[in-house]
Design a protein around this ligand. Sequence first.
Ligand SMILES: [Zn+2]
Length: 368
Amino acid sequence: MNAPSIQPDRLLDLFLLITGINSYYPNEGAVSDLLRNRLEGIGVRLHADEHRNLVGDWPGQGMFADADPILLCAHMDTVVPTEGMRAVVRDAAVHTDGTSVLGADDKAAVAAIVEAAEAVAGAGVSRVPVEFLFTVGEDVGHIGSKAFDITGLRSQMAFVPDIDGPVGLVSLAAPSSRNVKVVFHGRAAHAGLEPEQGRNAIVMAATAIGAMSLGRVDEETTANVGLISGGEAPNVIPPRAEMTMQVRSLDNGKSDEVMETMIACCRDAAAQQCGTAEFETVFETRGFRFDPGDPIVRRVEAAIRVAGRDPQHTVTCGGSDANELNAKGLPTVVLSVGYRDIHTNEESMPIDELNCLASVCAALMVNA
Ligand SMILES: [Zn+2]
């Protein structure tokens, strides 16, 4: 038996091929087709679910054929712009020409997972059953993973490579996050002729914000008002104003508590002006937390060591598909990809990190 060895040239070619495809939501189809072709070639059974997530199932082999399956997950969409993206390989990393993002978030993970499977297949070694989930619309609000039905999965643990930092980081926790849009309703009136008849919706918003504690509420909770608009003209008492509030916390209960307090500030402010406030949750994801001794953490740490890195723990402040899989009851940790400056035109992907991530994924497949 041979240990799986990553083929750097094949991996780089695949990464360049995938990043060359424009795939911002909802245009992931061509990436999905490409992945399906590659993975079907090594015996993975694949299907797209009704939300266009690509789901794969690869039976185990040899002494690990009956081991518990694991799930590897990465998202196929990117942020914009990727139109006309030109990859430039220099300084041992893949960059763009500076006019677009690269999309290494999360296509470096997509490519590394496929290369890992191909390397494992090529080595002919024992492997655990592996399930694959390539999602759509992660960057616009976890659309694919939120809608995904996990009841067809057999895996008891899942791994999502989708944070920055050198390969070897394991995120033990991620915050819950909730965005609530508020619409204040007042009454319009001529601001010069009969201001007494008006109910100023902008004043309601301002009063509400003034009563809130924003920023870092405590060491694990943040609150923000990030969008605001309202009014019609300088001479009209504004009848309508809207804003969007966000709370993030590593403690799900605290997140709910802080948002309820902000909502109460809005209700009080509206009432003071004899107006009303309406609320709508426009995005919500639940947080998660693992202990360093949990089996899922030990499993991935072992794989990181096989790939030649020292595992490190971190806590992310952002969300990912892992929030949704954990919320559905599938224990899922987030791993670092090694990508840099994501969501900017300076985004880059160091080639040794790409190879190392593929080694971690391969090690997950061949160590029960
Ligand atoms: Zn991502």
